[in-house]
Write a protein of this length. Structure first.
Length: 194
């Protein structure tokens, strides 16, 4: 799936991202072909999240008498999430590790110690621990600008913007849900600190 870079809200939140340069001689895969590139752990997490999402949609139609069942299922889901987080923490991802700064359904921004080439395509593995999001996609460098480091002006850092070139619809949905969930948590924290 190709996305419009202005189509989705983005949120500032740290996350892990791994980049592997895409061979320009090879055509970009389709979203379906991309799914065959998933490591087993990412496929497991993706499948669990899809099942959970479908189940939660069905549960919303139940009446108030089912609240106990819903709470129990949420607890079971949380336990599964904890096991999957453990699996993700042990996983060794392919590529160079960066710290992500911002994400949304259209792309990401990460911090790099060196500039990345505009227009370069990367295979991206993205991991947002708090929302149990782990996905694989392809993204293109759209921007790269230096960041002033007040702590150490001699250390170079760059904000690198990447927009998704190939990503599965379900992964875009995961990123949108994660950005909204984290925004709600940030708003609650702000209200508590007042």
């Amino acid at each position: 799936m190709l996305t419009d870079s202005s189509a989705y809200f983005s949120i500032n939140h740290p996350f892990d991202v791994y980049l592997c340069p895409w061979d320009e001689a090879k055509p970009l895969p389709s979203a379906e072909q991309l799914s065959f590139m998933f490591p087993t752990s990412l496929q497991l997490i993706s499948d669990v999240k899809a099942l959970e999402s479908d189940c939660l949609l069905q549960l919303r139609h139940l009446d108030d008498d089912a609240k106990t069942v819903v709470e129990f299922l949420k607890l079971q889901s949380r336990k599964i999430d904890m096991v999957l987080q453990h699996i993700m923490a042990k996983e060794e991802y392919q590529g160079t590790h960066y710290i992500g700064k911002q994400f949304g359904g259209s792309g990401i921004t990460l911090i790099s110690p060196s500039p990345l080439v505009l227009g370069q395509e990367y295979q991206v593995t993205l991991h947002i621990k708090e929302e149990l999001v782990a996905l694989l996609c392809l993204a293109k460098v759209n921007g790269c600008s230096p960041i002033e480091n007040a702590d150490d002006p001699n250390t170079a850092q760059y904000a690198v913007e990447l927009s998704f070139s190939v990503i599965q619809d379900s992964d875009v949905e995961q990123l949108v849900k994660a950005s909204l969930s984290l925004q709600q948590k940030q708003l609650k924290l702000r209200q508590l600190s007042r």
